[in-house]
Design a protein around this ligand. Sequence first.
Ligand code: DLZ
Length: 155
Amino acid sequence: MPNIIAIAELDPNNRFAIVVARWNENITRKLLDGAVKTLNEQGIADESIDVAWVPGSMELPLVAKRLAASQRYAAVICLGAVIRGETTHDQHINRAVSLAITQISLDTNIPVLFGVLTCETMEQALNRAGGRVGNKGAECAEAAVQMAALLKNLP
Ligand code: DLZ
């Protein structure tokens, strides 16, 4: 049997940062609520969670980079909601932000989570912000906790 690298106990003193986009705030606030609730359920108190609002999803990477590079956080969670309009604007945002967030995580060795909805319609976004497809902010926070705990046990 292979040796499975165990997920460590999460240290309740770990700090988590959440960067959240104000654009489509009716959606992103729900993602934020879902993320905070999940962190609380995992034993992370509100005092250990720092939240930074940015104007839109395009601004998530810079702030995420500053927070991750500070090495103060076990993980940085990025939340946004990009909804397709009449132009290809959404594609540019989605690609730039997803690539940048991945790169920041690799450069800083801190989990930086991509919790940006990339939807065709507002209905799809509502379904993913606490509607019938769940809350992607909560799922992102769950992934952040798992990554923080796994990284503790990695060589
Ligand atoms: C400009 C823009 C548009 C058209 N759509 C969205 C969106 O659906 N979701 C989102 O988070 N942000 C959007 N933005 C704003 C950009 O992310 C960014 O704030 C501006 O282009 C300024 O850099």
